[in-house]
Every structure is written in structure tokens, then in C-alpha cells.
Design a protein. Structure first.
Length: 410
């Protein structure tokens, strides 16, 4: 979108004169104190082009701010400015052309009708089976099992400690060496076939064996490759499972009986399932709203989103594992559909927030900012711009309030 703005001589002078006067007062000529040199001499010493540029920048900023406010526009990127008429002097007004990338408007179909149908047709009550309850309780019992060192052959279900090293064609394989302490033999922590070679061996045994990596292994260069391993079995431990009694559950929290403990576990499982169901429904709502919307977002939104996604991908995945050899164009191409989906999701939610006048309260945004700052991963991030953090947190809270509104339409 392009718009032309013309400022009269007097309008532009209101910006130019203060900058010019400030420049004059700062002139330092030999034999005169700053600000006391004759005006004609000082005028020759100031950089009029610099004054003009500073005055123009302020005039353009204020003009665009007024235009955006009058039209309720939100800009996606910094506008491109082209000065059409003027000179570095206060004798002229100012005429400029601004190329704006405006936050696109989303044309939504009847979102209330769409959302009501989804909520009425899809929401299900979470049911907790006895098997789910038993598995969760067994996990808790396993986590509190006592380990006893055993001078016996290792079998499935035992806890073991090992040192291991992997080799490909006789050369040490990067990432295939280390220690594994207190892992349950037979639970599949390692590549299929690896743990089977440890069964029936005792503490102190040094093993050598080979394992073929799966054909669908995530690292393409290791798919279906034979890897040779050297393993030192450092310890074999038997697990003594605690008995589920009233006395035992008293040590787990404010429980007096096994039944109270089971009810608490059941409630915990239900809460997790309810959250997963809520997320599933929200994704379905977004998908349907996007499908029934007209969205035309500018290319720059896709490119900026891809910039962030690529940077995040590069920073989160170790170079030895993230296909660094994949060039930038290929990576961006692979991520583009997700970028478009993310943009469409944000635009739809933003449009509903705008239409329904849904705005977070300042204290809600502040709470989200503090939650981000206290997150354990924050210390690993580079210094973040406070305004960007506020805007990000505002969006998080606003989207949450939009979903709460949508879920109330049932």
C-alpha cells in the first residue's frame, strides 16, 4: 500500500526550526563560547543536510502515526519512505511517499456457528480406565523401588550401569560413547538389539557385539549400518518394589489411605487428558476457522516468520545432528507451510480479538512477562528487547482470552 503526504512550509518548519536552533547552539567556533557565535558564522558551520534529515524523520514518523491511527492500521514492517519534493532547507515544505505493509484484515465467516458445531459434536468427557490407573501407580512404585547390588546375571527388569563406545568401520562414532547409569534393562532405551546383548551377563563383564541400526533411523547416514560396540557392565541391581499400603502413601503427600492416593492419581490423569482434549479441540477450531476465512497475508510476513523459525531451529538442534549441510533455501522451503499455518492462526485469533474487543489487562501481560523471565531456559537466551518481550507476552495472553471466549460459545 502506498500513500503520499504533503506538509506545508509552516508544518515542516515546526520540525525543522527546533533541530536547526539546537544545531546552532552547539556550534563551537574558535574565540566564541558555545552558542555565542554570530548567527551568520554559526549558520555556515552547521550541517544543513543532517538537520534536514533529522527534521524529516520526525515529520514522517508523526505523519505516519497519525495516518495509522486514523485508519486503525497496524504495520507489519518498517515503511519505505521516498522524499518526492524538498531540499535541505526550511524554505520548502515536504512531500513524501510511504510504502506501507499493513497488517492484513481477515474476512471470517460466522465463527460463532462454526465453533458451536465443533464444541457440540466433538467435546468428550475424559474416562480413566483401571489399566491407566494401574500403570500410573506402578510407575510411582517403580520410581521409589530400592536397589540392591546383585552378583548375578542381568535379566530384563534389572537396573544396570554401563560404559559404552560405538564404532563404525573401526572408527569411534561421534555421539555413540558414554555412560548409562540406573537404566532398566529391557525398556528400550537403546537401539533395538543393544540391550539383548547385555542380558545374561554379570557385573565386571566386558562385552563386544554389533547392532544394525534401523532402516528408518532419524540420522540418514546411520540407517541400516552395522555399529560395533564395546560395553563394560559396571553394575547389576535388583529392584525391591514397595508395597502399596496406607503407611507407604502417607510418605507421598497428604494421604491417609490407599484409596485417597488412588483418587488423587485418577484426578491427575483426568486433568492431563482434559488438557490434551482441550488442545485437540482448539486445534480443530483453528483449522476450521482458517478453512472458512479469506486471508491474504503479505510475503514479508512469511519471510520474517521463516527468519525466526530458521534461527530457532539452528540454535536448538546441535550442529552435529541438525543436517547443517541442508542449505538455507532448502530449510526455508521445508518450513514454509508451517510458517503459513502459524501466521494464519495468529491472524484469525487477532481478528476475533479485534472484532470482540478482547484485550488483556496490563497486570495479565506483566504476569506473562514474569513467567517468561523466571523460566529455567531464559538464562540460556541472549538478551531480549523489553518491548518485543512485552508484545510477545501480550499476544500469548490475548490468544488465551480469545480461546476462552470461543469455548464459551457452546
Amino acid at each position: 500500500m502506498e500513500t503520499e503526504v504533503t506538509l506545508s512550509h509552516q508544518e515542516f518548519l515546526n520540525y525543522y526550526q527546533p533541530v536547526y536552533d539546537q544545531a546552532l547552539s552547539s556550534v563551537n567556533l574558535k574565540g566564541f563560547r558555545p552558542g555565542t557565535a554570530p548567527k551568520d558564522l554559526a549558520d555556515q558551520a552547521v550541517d544543513k543536510e543532517k538537520i534536514f534529515n533529522e527534521a524529516t524523520n520526525k515529520a514522517v514518523r508523526d505523519a505516519l502515526q497519525e495516518i495509522n491511527g486514523d485508519n486503525n492500521w497496524q504495520l507489519v514492517d518498517q515503511p519505505k519512505i521516498e522524499v518526492l519534493e524538498s531540499e535541505p532547507s526550511a524554505d520548502f515544505g515536504l512531500k513524501f511517499k510511504a510504502t506501507l505493509t499493513v497488517f492484513p484484515e481477515v474476512k471470517l465467516e460466522n465463527h460463532q456457528k462454526i465453533v458451536k458445531k465443533i464444541l457440540n459434536d466433538n467435546v468428550k468427557d475424559s474416562v480413566i480406565s483401571d489399566d491407566e490407573l494401574d500403570k500410573s501407580i506402578n510407575w510411582i512404585l517403580n520410581s521409589r523401588a530400592k536397589l540392591t547390588r546383585a552378583n548375578k546375571e542381568a535379566k530384563k527388569g534389572d537396573v544396570i550401569d554401563i560404559d559404552f563406545s560405538g564404532f563404525l568401520d573401526g572408527k569411534a562414532l561421534d555421539g555413540a560413547s558414554g555412560k548409562a547409569d540406573n537404566f532398566v534393562l529391557g525398556e528400550g532405551k537403546f537401539i533395538p538389539g543393544f540391550e539383548d546383548n547385555i542380558i545374561s551377563h554379570k557385573e565386571g563383564d566386558n562385552l563386544e557385539f554389533s547392532v544394525n541400526f534401523p532402516k528408518d533411523y532419524w540420522k540418514e547416514d546411520l540407517r541400516d549400518k552395522k555399529i560395533d560396540f564395546k560395553v563394560a557392565l559396571k553394575g547389576v541391581f535388583e529392584r525391591q518394589m514397595p508395597e502399596l499400603t496406607d503407611e507407604f502413601v502417607k510418605g507421598l503427600g497428604s494421604f491417609q489411605t490407599v484409596e485417597e492416593f488412588k483418587n488423587s492419581v485418577r484426578e491427575g490423569i483426568k486433568k492431563e487428558k482434559d488438557e490434551r482434549e482441550k488442545e485437540r479441540i482448539r486445534l480443530k477450531i483453528v483449522d476450521e476457522l482458517i478453512k472458512n476465512s479469506q486471508i491474504d497475508f503479505p510475503r514479508i510476513m512469511i519471510d520474517k516468520t521463516l527468519d525466526n523459525m530458521v534461527a530457532e531451529y539452528r540454535s536448538m538442534v546441535p550442529l552435529s545432528e541438525n543436517k547443517k549441510s541442508e542449505d538455507e533455501a532448502s530449510l526455508r522451503g521445508r518450513l514454509e507451510e508451517k510458517a503459513k499455518k502459524d501466521i494464519a492462526t495468529n491472524l484469525v485469533l487477532y481478528q476475533i480479538a479485534k472484532d470482540q474487543k478482547i484485550e488483556p489487562a496490563p497486570d495479565e501481560v506483566e504476569a506473562e512477562v514474569n513467567k517468561f523471565l523466571t523460566h529455567s531456559e531464559f538464562s540460556k537466551r541472549p538478551k531480549i528487547d523489553p518491548q518485543r518481550l512485552y508484545d510477545y507476552s501480550y499476544g500469548i495472553v490475548q490468544n488465551q482470552k480469545v480461546f476462552e471466549y470461543l469455548e464459551s460459545l457452546k
